[in-house]
Design a protein around this ligand. Structure first.
Ligand code: BV8
Ligand code: ZN
Length: 260
């Protein structure tokens, strides 16, 4: 459970920070109704990720991989950002420098108003052609889709795939570059809703901490990152992040910046 002291400490770090890097994982979307991966009812629970989210799985059985992703796209219908997403979008508008890096593919940070989320693992909103790499809206690619089918590229007839990063695939170069800059430049890193399992994102907090940045973790459960965090808010994103931003602080944040 979060203590008032921890909340005040975290708030002080945020208010006095000049540049904040935020890393989010599936946990920030949990209160929007999006299942996480490794927790109770998680997507990967009981199903090896390798059997679905790898290039090998797609090469072996693209139709099965599409059944998994079609179900996920369908489960996102009507899903909206929660107070946690919105608090981060509000923080961005009050900070001199904020980088938002997300491992999530659901697009909810964009919907909440974050202007330039670094989507480390791609996006489930877009489909990409395996052959010519043209991209299209995944809803369009799935209109008229039936189980057992693999959506085809309108331009070249190649197989489409979700524009997400699978295990064993490199993260997009531009996302890695932007993340590297954020990790090297931030004086505070806010880590929200990730189990800290998947590399290279899981190493970001360690790298930031090793160069002297302060790490704040928001997670109802203990993770490997808890051990290096300077402040742990042991609660959920939709509760803790709005409290961290607090309406009064936004003014302090702005005033504090003008003074120095
Ligand atoms: C790479 C795809 C190198 C889209 C995902 C062997 C072979 C190949 C690679 C490896 C290998 N061994 C290790 C690796 C590296 C591998 C890796 O890390 N594997 C792990 C499993 C050991 N990484 C990779 O392969 C990466 N690429 O290394 O490339 C390379 C370089 C050059 C050339 C070629 C290759 C690619 C990693 C990306 C994989 N794709 N998703 C999709 O289908 O979704 S990963 C998947 O996990 C999601 O993207 C997800 O975001 C990510 C991380 O999970 P979390 O977000 O942390 O979610 P989780 O459920 O685990 O935890 C949720 C947390 O939230 C919990 O802590 C919970 O307590 C908390 N929570 C719950 N409710 C709330 C909450 N918090 C706050 N509020 C709440 N309400
Ligand atoms: Zn094509």
């Amino acid at each position: 459970m979060t203590t008032p002291e921890a909340r005040n400490q975290a708030r002080e770090l945020i208010v006095s920070s000049r540049s904040i890097a935020v890393l989010t994982g599936a946990g920030i979307s949990a209160e929007s109704g999006v299942p996480t991966f490794r927790g109770e009812g998680g997507l990967w629970r009981g199903r090896r990720a390798e059997s679905l989210a790898t290039p090998g799985a797609f090469a072996r059985n693209p139709a099965e991989v599409w059944e998994f992703y079609q179900a996920r796209v369908k489960s996102l219908h009507g899903i909206t950002p929660n107070a946690g997403h919105r608090a981060l979008a509000a923080l961005e508008s009050r900070c001199d420098q904020l980088w938002l890096m997300t491992q999530n593919v659901d697009g909810l940070h964009r919907d909440a108003g974050s202007t330039n989320p670094i989507e480390l693992h791609g996006t489930i909103r877009i489909a990409r052609c395996h052959s010519c790499r043209r991209e299209c809206d995944i809803q369009g690619a799935l209109s008229g889709w039936n189980p057992g089918e693999v959506p085809e590229c309108n331009a070249c007839g190649g197989s489409l795939r979700p524009a997400v990063v699978w295990f064993g695939e490199a993260l997009p170069a531009d996302a890695l570059l932007a993340a590297d800059r954020a990790i090297r430049s931030c004086d505070v890193m806010l880590v929200v809703g990730t189990s800290g399992v998947v590399q290279p994102a899981a190493s970001f907090a360690y790298t930031a901490s090793s160069r002297g940045a302060k790490v704040i973790e928001v997670n109802p459960e203990e993770t490997p990152i808890s051990g290096i965090a300077d402040v742990v808010l042991r609660g959920t994103a939709a509760v803790e992040l709005p409290l961290l931003m607090g309406p009064g602080d936004s003014e302090d944040l702005r005033i504090r910046r003008r003074v120095d």
